[in-house]
Design a protein around this ligand. Structure first.
Ligand code: ATP
Length: 450
């Protein structure tokens, strides 16, 4: 573990003020060839925060980072650094340090000279420069390779040198673009702990780009999840994992992936809401506050999400919220096994293009019709439901792209050496409070939205 005991504030090595906060206001980037890379993004990164931009390849993460660095101009919107409009500020005046995926070290210079380079450029005298390099290198665990050239280093060492060069001026804002993606798995895990430890210890604001959810969830104070230029969700790892704002985020985060099942909704007023999954149903009790929000979809299809941790194997005759099926196949992962269960349901597979249930167009009319029936029947209850749904549905507009369906294979966690095998029947208790609900556009159906 890297230990740095000096507190680094918002003044850099040369005593210059540094930037510590970033705000993006309706930032859009359209490239010359017409590619819409970033679509009206709003994001605040707070002082000292470790913000991770997460999303698949091509979703626009690097373009966001490059706009913060000043390497790309936004087509529209404002990039604010410490609250000041920075759209026209050249990169060198932004007081930001950046680390890239390919390290970008000078091959002909020694490690020490590489790390010292920003200080040399700024005219710092050799003696203080040398002392500073020694401090930083020993903090990064590369004190013994200062005389080597980058070509004589391992990938992990090269990445540490790149970090050293970036932090030597004690920046207030640190941008990192997939800094670990060229490293092997074990080293990535080691370095991600080091990087997040180091940046926290330094109190430096960090924006970190990755497509690796494990990196995002373990390192971030907050994660911003992007898809095709659109920001889908922003929150702490617990928030985005525990209450994903969109179907896409639900499908993207977690391993095994969240089970996403198509369900038809039927309301039995004052009793429960039936979630018909095909051959089996789950029942959301009416006194569960979420049933009011789900009830809006009476007669329609929604998506019910359940992570493997919401499912516990039970004996086949167990009462309550239980799904029964047959094991299609097992996957052994050493510390656990996963069983994939045929339960006679339909899975929604969210592909890169998007997710949408092709509800009949009259679906919305059905909803309104149902609401008015509810209103007549219950009066107040509908107002509450309306409030809940209106006030809590996410404002994110997921891209209504395509999805596909296939027979569901419900992922269930089992012990490492389970007593069951493919073909065996299995029953699982469902933790109803751990279910997620999404509408036909991929937006979350919820109450008490964060
Ligand atoms: N200079 C450019 N001209 C045209 N299109 C570009 C340019 N740079 C990037 N793009 C496009 O903009 C979109 C977003 O690219 P960006 O590099 O920001 O994605 P990313 O999420 O960082 O992906 P990756 O993880 O693969 O680096 C992609 O469709 C990409 O092809």
């Amino acid at each position: 573990m890297i230990l740095v005991t000096v507190f680094w504030g918002s003044v850099d090595e040369l005593g210059e003020e540094t930037v510590t906060t970033v705000a993006l206001k309706d930032v859009t980037k359209v490239f010359k060839d017409g590619t819409l890379a970033v679509d009206s993004i709003n994001l605040d990164v707070n002082d000292g925060e470790f913000m991770v931009l997460l999303g698949p390849s091509g979703c626009g993460k690097s373009t966001v980072l490059r706009m913060i660095a000043g390497l790309e101009d936004p087509t529209q919107g404002a990039v604010l650094l410490d609250g000041e409009l920075a759209n026209d500020l050249p990169p060198r005046d932004r007081k930001i340090a950046m680390v890239f995926q390919d390290f970008a070290l000078y091959p002909h210079m020694t490690v020490g000279d590489n790390i010292a380079f920003p200080l040399r450029l700024a005219g710092v005298e050799p003696t203080p420069r040398g002392e500073r390099v020694t401090d930083v290198a020993s903090a990064l665990g590369i004190g013994d390779v200062l005389a080597r050239k980058p070509g004589q280093l391992s990938g992990g060492q090269r990445q540490r040198v790149a970090m050293g060069r970036a932090i030597i001026r004690r920046p207030g804002l640190f941008l990192m673009d997939e800094p670990l993606s060229n490293l092997d798995c074990g080293l990535r895990a080691e370095l991600r702990a080091e990087i997040s430890g180091l940046t926290r210890e330094l109190g430096v604001t960090t924006v970190y780009v990755t497509h690796d959810q494990a990196e995002a969830l373990t390192m971030a104070d907050r994660v911003a999840i992007m898809r095709r230029g659109v920001l889908q969700d922003v929150g702490t790892p617990t928030q985005v994992y525990g209450r994903p704002a969109t179907l896409y985020v639900a499908a993207f985060l977690g391993s095994p992936r969240m089970n996403l099942l198509e369900a038809s909704v039927y309301v039995h007023l004052d009793r429960y809401v039936t979630l018909n999954l095909g051959e089996q149903s789950l029942y959301l009790p009416w006194d569960d506050i979420r049933s009011r929000a789900v009830a809006h979809y009476h007669g329609e299809r929604i998506v019910v999400g359940m992570r493997a941790e919401a499912l516990t194997p039970v004996s086949p005759d167990s009462p309550g919220d239980v799904l029964r099926g047959r094991i299609r196949y097992l996957e052994h992962h050493g510390h656990e096994s996963l069983a994939f269960l045929d339960i006679g349901a339909t899975a929604i597979v969210v592909d890169e293009m998007g997710a949408r249930l092709d509800n009949p167009p009259e679906g919305q009319r059905g909803l309104r019709r149902f609401s008015s029936v509810m209103q007549r029947l219950t009066g107040k209850a509908v107002e509450a439901a309306d409030d809940a749904a209106g006030g809590t549905r996410t404002s994110v507009l997921p891209d209504p792209g395509r999805h596909h369906r296939r027979p569901a294979e419900l992922a269930v966690r089992l012990a490492p050496y389970p007593a069951v095998a493919a073909g065996h029947p299995l029953a699982v208790a469902v933790r109803m409070d751990a279910l997620h609900f999404f509408d036909e556009r991929g937006g979350r159906i919820d109450v008490g939205w964060r």
